[in-house]
Structure formats: structure tokens, C-alpha cells
Design a binder for this molecule. Structure first.
Ligand SMILES: Cc1cc2nc3c(=O)[nH]c(=O)nc-3n(C[C@H](O)[C@H](O)[C@H](O)COP(=O)(O)O)c2cc1C
Length: 332
């Protein structure tokens, strides 16, 4: 048995599960493992220092898998923006067929992707942005609830409401993101009207994820309360692991501080030390409330088959057993 949805059909993958872009984490080994497991993995374009490095990472991923995979292009406003057009050109030239856009309006990038037969899955955090992206012609939506790692937006709407509210307005394939880590979440997402799930934190904590073992163990040891929301007052909220650095950032900004006052604390170079050296208090690192559901460090293959097998059992047995046959209900 397998789960077929609008998402698996449209994006040509076996299972309705995606691994969204993750800065410093979405590299060849992880993405290839996700692809080999029959799910949809995304390399994170901006993890590669230059567009040429992205081309190499795509080639490296192809050496590790024959299955389809995509590239995430995170478009964030910046004082010195990365050369988005050059990264986009590399994606096209490499023959990638699926792109995950996130961070802002994907409109400037859509014509070139579509002209080259690339399907675009746009990740956003509100119903209005999902509707807007659908009207722009994207091929799928990934709707990211308040539970998620990274940027949950400013509306604070958790998936239990966000997913069905979006499903009411989105006709193209839509996957649910934020707080998903197991079969129960997948089945719930399908029941809420989504066509699959996207996971970040859960895939981060697998054997093939390239981050330091200490970080994976910290995720396993943590629970659903182990995150902080930083940058709230700057209206650029990010959900990150609770540690000495993120708690200081929260305190400084709550006491009226500005970005300048926390700039050094949140520096990307400190965050990288967490993943590279395993000092979980070295800087800011993203993780979501799904931490409360992550209790092991499996291979990607074991994780995906566990989620799919348990989801099928949940639907075919536990939920099916709850449905009383019509004649009995009628007392016949
Ligand atoms: C370490 C980490 C880095 C991330 N970096 C990005 C990124 O660069 N671009 C992006 O679109 N999403 C990024 N995300 C968000 C994920 O793609 C995904 O939307 C999110 O993790 C879903 O929530 P979950 O962690 O509860 O599964 C990141 C998530 C994590 C855990």
C-alpha cells in the first residue's frame, strides 16, 4: 500500500513527504538520502557560498541518487543580497525540475523557472500569501504554521487552524509544514486538507544530516518547550533553539534594544559553530517545537518508511476501526 495524493502525483515522488530547505543542513548527503527514501528533498541554494558551489553540490547529489530532488531558493530582503539571479541560472542550467521558494514573493523568479519546465513549491506562513502565490501560478504550496523552525511569520496561527483555513482556499497541491515529525502528524495533515507534509527539524536529526552529533543529541534530549522566538519586536520573528544566546537576544530586545544591540549575538558565523563544532550554546540555531516529538536519530530511510507504514496502519486500522458500519448505527 502507499499514499497517493495530489502532491505525489504533481511532483513525481513516491511518498507525500518533503524535506524543506535548511540553511547549513540541506546538503547533498541528506537530500540524496531523502530522495532515495522516496520523499522530496531540497538542497539549500544559499548554503553554498557561490552559484558555482551550488552547481557542484547538485552534481554531488546526483552521484548519490537517481531519484528526483529539488533546490530551495530563500529570497530574503538584505542590505547586500546574494546574487539570486545567478543561483537561479545554475538551477536551470543543472536541469533541476523542482524548486522550493520561500521568504518573499516568488513572482520575479517564476517565468524563468516555468519556461524551463521547473515546478515551483512556494512556502509561506499565511492563507493570504498562499492565495497570492496560487494566483501567481506556482505549482504547489507549503503552508508553514507557528510551530515551525525558522520564520513562522507574525500571525502566530498554529497548523490546526492554518492548514484547514488554507485548504479551503488553495486548489493546487498543498503540503503542511511546522511541527510534523511522525505518522500521526502526516495523517492529521491529510485529515486537515493537506496533500502531504514538510519536515525540517525531524530530518535535521537523522544519521545523514551533516550537523554535529551533539546537536542531534540536544534535539533528542529537548522537549516541545525548547525553543525561543527571537526578533519579535523587529517583526522578523524566528523560532530557534533556547540557549544562553537566544535567551539573551530575547531579553535585550524586550528591554527596548535594537538589531544593532544583538547583531553580534546572532551572527551567522556563531550559528555555524554550533553545527560544525557541536557547542550548542555557541550561537543561534533553528529548530522547531517538533523537538518534543523527536526521540531518536534514525537513518532517513528508516524514518520515512516508519512514517509511511505507521500512517497506513493508522488510517487502515485505528481510524477505520472507529467508523461504525451504517447498518449498526441505524440499529439494524
Ligand atoms: C536548521 C534549519 C534551517 C532552516 N533554514 C531554512 C532556509 O534557509 N530556508 C527556508 O525556506 N526554510 C528554512 N528552514 C525551515 C524548514 O524548511 C521548514 O519549513 C521548517 O523546519 C518546518 O518546521 P519543522 O522544523 O517543525 O518541521 C530551516 C529549518 C531548520 C530546522
Amino acid at each position: 500500500m502507499s499514499l497517493k495524493t495530489k502532491f505525489t502525483e504533481t511532483f513525481g515522488v513516491e511518498h507525500p513527504i518533503a524535506q524543506g530547505g535548511m540553511q547549513w543542513v540541506g546538503r547533498a548527503e541528506l537530500v540524496a538520502a531523502v530522495a532515495n527514501a522516496g520523499a522530496l528533498g531540497f538542497l539549500t541554494a544559499l548554503t553554498q557560498p557561490t552559484p558555482a558551489d551550488l552547481a557542484n553540490e547538485i552534481a554531488k547529489t546526483r552521484d548519490l541518487t537517481d531519484k528526483p530532488f529539488g533546490v530551495n531558493l530563500t529570497i530574503l530582503p538584505a542590505i547586500n543580497p546574494p546574487p539570486y539571479d545567478e543561483y537561479r541560472q545554475v538551477i536551470v542550467d543543472a536541469g533541476i525540475k523542482i524548486v522550493e521558494t520561500a521568504g518573499s514573493n516568488p513572482a520575479p523568479h517564476l517565468p524563468m523557472f516555468h519556461d524551463n519546465g521547473i515546478k515551483v513549491l512556494h512556502k509561506c506562513t499565511s492563507v493570504r500569501h498562499a492565495v497570492k502565490a496560487q494566483s501567481l501560478g506556482v505549482d504547489g504550496i507549503s503552508i508553514d504554521g507557528f510551530e515551525c523552525a525558522g520564520h513562522p511569520g507574525e500571525d502566530d496561527i498554529p497548523g490546526l487552524v492554518l492548514i484547514p483555513a488554507a485548504a479551503d482556499k488553495v486548489e493546487i497541491p498543498m503540503i503542511a509544514s511546522g511541527g510534523f515529525a511522525d505518522a500521526r502528524g502526516l495523517v492529521a495533515a491529510l485529515a486537515l486538507g493537506a496533500d502531504g507534509i514538510n519536515m525540517g527539524s525531524r530530518f535535521m536529526c537523522t544519521v545523514e544530516s551533516c550537523i554535529h552529533q551533539n546537536v542531534k543529541e540536544a534535539i533528542v534530549a529537548g522537549d516541545e518547550r525548547g525553543t525561543e522566538l527571537i526578533f519579535r519586536s523587529l517583526r522578523n520573528t524566528a523560532r530557534v533553539a533556547s540557549n544562553t544566546v537566544s535567551r539573551e537576544v530575547v531579553d535585550v530586545l524586550r528591554d527596548g534594544g535594537q538589531f544593532e544591540d544583538v547583531k553580534d549575538l546572532v551572527a551567522g558565523v556563531r550559528g555555524r559553530r554550533v553545527f560544525d563544532e557541536g557547542d550548542v550554546d555557541a550561537g543561534i540555531w533553528s529548530v522547531g517545537t517538533a523537538m518534543g516529538l523527536i526521540n531518536d536519530i534514525p537513518t532517513v530511510g528508516d524514518l520515512v518508511s516508519r512514517i509511511v507504514d505507521e500512517a497506513e496502519a493508522l488510517i487502515g486500522q485505528r481510524l477505520a476501526d472507529m467508523v461504525t458500519p451504517a447498518p449498526e448505527r441505524a440499529g439494524v
